[in-house]
Design a protein around this ligand. Structure first.
Ligand code: GTP
Ligand code: SPV
Ligand code: MN
Length: 583
């Protein structure tokens, strides 16, 4: 046995001694193993098989009603030095955290099977991929990890070769929110999560490893781990531009990553590489290249229909595990804005009563292999990743932020990213619709001090002269009655087209204090039912309101004290001066 496998075995033994499972199963990732677990969960009631005619090989998993979203108030970064976690994270001393967790995990797996789940984040043969092992007592987590990662024997083999892997320990515990914690130990490359069976808290390869731990490693090693979709946009000439976009949770990544071009843009195609996480590296020529560390989608269900997201809608008709959706009389999954069918049972399995709120939970999700996506990119498995032409930040903002604008340069782009704000969504437990700062859409996911993170982002300017341009978009502007001003979804391609034209230096733009905005004539609105004055509103910069915004950004940035990079302050000053001149 190699030393890494010995280390793995020793860790598994010690976890078993602590948690006292009834049995231990090492996962191979085989079809037979997947089917066996699905059958067991169907028998135990953990999974409800759906209508086999219309939804073959689809299942519903209901999580505990108190356990339906990420829990940011219970998520900790445990570093020796508190400052390294930063004001953007909850912090606990690693020794205290371990004491607390040892206590919670003591005997936690009694009467349950402990699964050992080796996984690889990224294509199995990519130099950029990283390994992990999740120990869990949840068969739902095992089948989900099989869909979301390269899981099983191949990953174990690479662990044997590479040596290094992230240790993730998970137990659903007793699901008591008082005994629920998601703890990260970046200095130990380990994660411990107890008391939740919900995706983002329990599938440790995803946000815990591929963002919180990976962002820490990325800073040490000179790359970026980001909450970004990854998409190829093919023009009618057959050229493909690859774009990575960071939008906060439930703000449109999955939808943009697989959009269907509108009929008035013939010849355009979209190729999906990823819908949630991107790992970005400079190659030896200074080109920023990205891979998607994941192998599946854990996507928001409500709002998905044949019009908004046909690729997703079609694919989730087979081989899908749904979480917390409603059911029709004939056992089909149902959710708000599905546009067909009516709910009989709500997401908690109760008879549907409108008085109880939405039928499907607003954060109900689908889990499905990325290979099922009709727009799956040929390069999704490319070990070297794809070259990035543009980076786009975005948020969900009723007001203020224009449909699209471009940063003046990399440094300004980092400020634009650091200044992202967005209305909170049902993806995390807590109030919904409250505007909060969510820098680079990483507020819940950066495993270290945002001050250091911005410094790391800024450092790329010195390392390459081929960096992508940086943009900001907002699909979510509303009028007074709450109606969206921009049609969104497939029509967002019109904005991507402007962005690509800018990257290729094909068109000019209007310089404003906040960056470059489109000339109205450069946004193709053919066949769009949008009034010119609405487009003007979407492309306007309200100077006095932007002055207030920049003051609020400064307030936020100053919270990072001496970890705040001076260059970011300079970029901020520049915008403030430009606003002053314009005002
Ligand atoms: P996470 O998986 O939580 O990281 O979210 P995501 O960024 O992938 O969000 P997703 O694409 O699943 O979208 C979330 C919600 O926003 C869904 O209900 C969508 O229907 C809705 N949505 C997505 N794109 C648009 C858009 O362009 N306009 C409008 N109005 N709504 C959109
Ligand atoms: C998000 O909340 O940003 C998600 C879902 O993508 S989870 O995996 O739960 O984090
Ligand atoms: Mn996400």
């Amino acid at each position: 046995m190699t030393s890494s496998l010995t280390a793995l075995q020793d860790w598994v033994d010690s976890v078993a001694r602590l948690t006292q499972p009834e049995d231990i199963h090492w996962c191979t990732g085989s079809d037979a193993e997947y089917k066996r677990l699905i059958n067991e969960m169907t028998r135990s009631g953990d999974l409800v098989p759906l209508d086999p005619q219309n939804y073959p090989h689809c299942y519903l998993h209901r999580s505990h009603p108190s356990d339906v979203a990420r829990v940011e108030h219970l998520t900790y970064i445990c570093t020796v030095n508190k400052e390294d976690a930063g004001p953007n994270n909850l912090w606990m001393d690693p020794a205290d955290a371990h004491r607390k967790l040892d206590d919670l995990f003591d005997g936690a797996m009694q009467g349950r099977v402990m699964y050992v789940v080796p996984y690889c984040m990224g294509p199995i043969d990519s130099p950029y991929s990283r390994l992990g092992v999740e120990i869990t007592d949840s068969p739902y987590v095992v089948v989900s990890m099989r869909i979301m990662t390269r899981m099983g024997a191949a990953a174990l083999k690479r662990i044997e070769q590479d040596g290094k892997f992230v240790k993730g320990l998970h137990s659903i515990g007793d699901l008591d929110p008082e005994r629920r914690f998601i703890m990260h130990f970046p200095e130990e490359l380990s994660i411990q999560s107890i008391g939740s069976g919900y995706g983002g808290n329990a599938l440790l390869g995803k946000k815990c490893h591929a963002l919180r731990i990976a962002s820490w490693q990325a800073r040490e090693e000179g790359w970026l781990a980001e909450h970004m979709l990854l998409v190829g946009v093919e023009n009618p000439q057959g050229e493909i531009h690859y774009i990575a976009c960071a939008f906060p949770s439930a703000c449109g990544k999955t939808n943009l990553a697989m959009l269907i071009p509108p009929a008035s843009l013939p010849g355009w195609k979209i190729w999906t590489l990823g819908d949630d996480i991107a790992w970005l590296h400079l190659d030896k020529d200074g080109v920023l290249r990205a891979i998607n560390p994941e192998a599946g989608y854990f996507g928001v269900v409500p709002g998905t229909n044949a019009k908004t997201n046909k690729n997703a809608y079609d694919m989730i008709h087979s081989d899908t595990i749904f979480t917390n959706v409603a059911l029709t009389e004939d056992n089909q999954p149902w959710w708000e804005d599905k546009k067909v069918g009516t709910p009989a049972l709500d997401w908690q399995g109760r008879k549907y009563e409108p008085g109880n709120g939405p039928a499907a939970h607003p954060n109900s999700r689908f889990t499905i292999s990325a290979k099922k996506n009709p727009s799956y990119s040929q390069l999704a498995e490319a070990p070297e990743g794809v070259p990035i032409a543009a980076l786009i930040f975005g948020g969900r903002r009723k007001e203020l932020a224009p449909l699209v604008y471009e940063a003046r340069d990399w440094r300004h782009g980092v400020l634009v990213g650091a200044g992202v704000a967005s209305e909170t969504t049902a993806a995390a437990t807590g109030a919904v619709g409250v505007v909060r700062r969510d820098p680079m859409a990483m507020k819940p996911f950066c495993g270290y001090n945002f001050g250091d993170y911005w410094m790391h982002w800024l450092s790329f300017a010195d390392k390459s002269d081929k960096l992508p341009r940086i943009f900001h978009v907002n699909w979510f502007r509303q009028d007074k009655s709450g109606k969206f001003l921009w049609p969104g979804f497939g029509e967002n391609l019109r904005v991507l087209r402007w962005i690509i034209d800018r990257c290729e230096n094909r068109i000019g733009a209007r310089e404003t204090p906040i960056g470059f905005l489109p000339l109205r004539s450069d946004i193709d609105t053919r066949d769009l039912d949008i009034k010119p004055e609405i487009l003007d509103e979407l492309l306007s910069v309200d100077v006095s309101r932007w002055q207030q915004e920049m003051a609020s950004v400064l307030d936020y940035l100053e919270g990072f004290g001496d970890r705040l990079p001076a260059d970011l302050l300079k970029a901020h000053e520049q915008v403030v001066e430009a606003l002053q001149k314009a005002g």
